[in-house]
Write a protein that binds this ligand. Structure first.
Ligand SMILES: [Zn+2]
Length: 263
């Protein structure tokens, strides 16, 4: 699942391929994306020059010279495939943008859950989002305040993009392991020293993720994950067994030895 590091890497590829170029054609190919981006809306982007590609949380915005935007979210499986216009559409292409530099940007997604929507100037296309999860300005006090009104376990709260933007299932689990916090710990009761550890852990996990970001395309991981998808394996810190539990329908991995639930 693409999270902040993977979306940042994909946005970088998109930026290098697209900024400064005009849109010759834009069309949604799959019924799901066609519903979000019907032909009459897609046509609004034609002839416009792309002036910026930005990432916010797990969203990407493609900004045009008239200040209209395309908002893209990969969801579980999306990615960009970049090639020449003459090529047949990439496998699982759900939307395609042809540019005047003979570049075809294909939004590919085997599960077709990705989203692509067009927004006219003056409309903020983004939903309400918390600060970027790796923002160096986040303090333990600010995070404590953000968590104070939250019911529920810290793992589930970390996935709420209104609290912190950019974390998903993998880096939330990795960050909690680094900070030695049990994923079921009540978010609202965590104290500032613990939250400071968590902030540091989130930054470290995302930094590792940046080193690994190409993995999303290549399948090669440079820095191995500590707990995610490692059920039954020994913890690299304490040797205890990594466990898997289900929280809010999602798998959560943690170490039963060094992530104790304090009662
Ligand atoms: Zn451990």
């Amino acid at each position: 699942m693409p999270e902040l590091p993977e979306v940042e890497e994909a946005a970088g590829r998109l930026r290098r391929a697209a900024v400064g170029h005009r849109v010759l054609a834009l069309r949604a190919l799959h019924p799901s994306q066609r519903k979000q981006l019907p032909p009459r809306r897609a046509r609004r982007a034609v002839g416009r020059r792309i002036v910026a590609v930005e990432r916010r949380g797990k969203y990407q915005t493609i900004r045009f010279d008239d200040d209209s935007t395309l908002l893209v979210h990969f969801r579980m499986d999306g990615d960009w495939h970049i090639g020449p216009c003459g090529d047949p559409p990439a496998r699982f292409a759900r939307a395609v943008l042809d540019l005047d530099n003979d570049t075809r940007l294909s939004l590919v997604d085997a599960r077709a859950l990705c989203t692509i929507t067009w927004h006219e100037r003056g409309v903020d296309p983004l939903p309400a989002l918390g600060p970027e999860a790796d923002d160096p300005a986040i303090t333990a006090t600010a995070l404590r305040n953000a968590l104070a009104a939250r019911r529920g376990p810290i793992k589930a709260v970390l996935l709420d993009q209104r609290v912190l933007a950019g974390l998903g299932n993998i880096y939330a689990a990795e960050s909690l392991w680094r900070a030695s916090i049990h994923p079921a710990a009540s978010a609202a009761t965590l104290r500032e020293p613990t939250l400071q550890r968590l902030i540091t852990a989130i930054r470290a996990s995302l930094a590792d993720g940046v080193r690994n970001a190409a993995r999303y395309r290549t399948g090669v991981r440079v820095a191995p994950l500590k707990v995610y998808d490692r059920e039954g394996e020994p913890c690299t810190r304490c040797g205890a067994t990594i466990r898997r539990i289900t929280q809010a329908g999602r798998s959560t991995y943690y170490c039963a030895g060094c992530q104790r639930l304090k009662r």
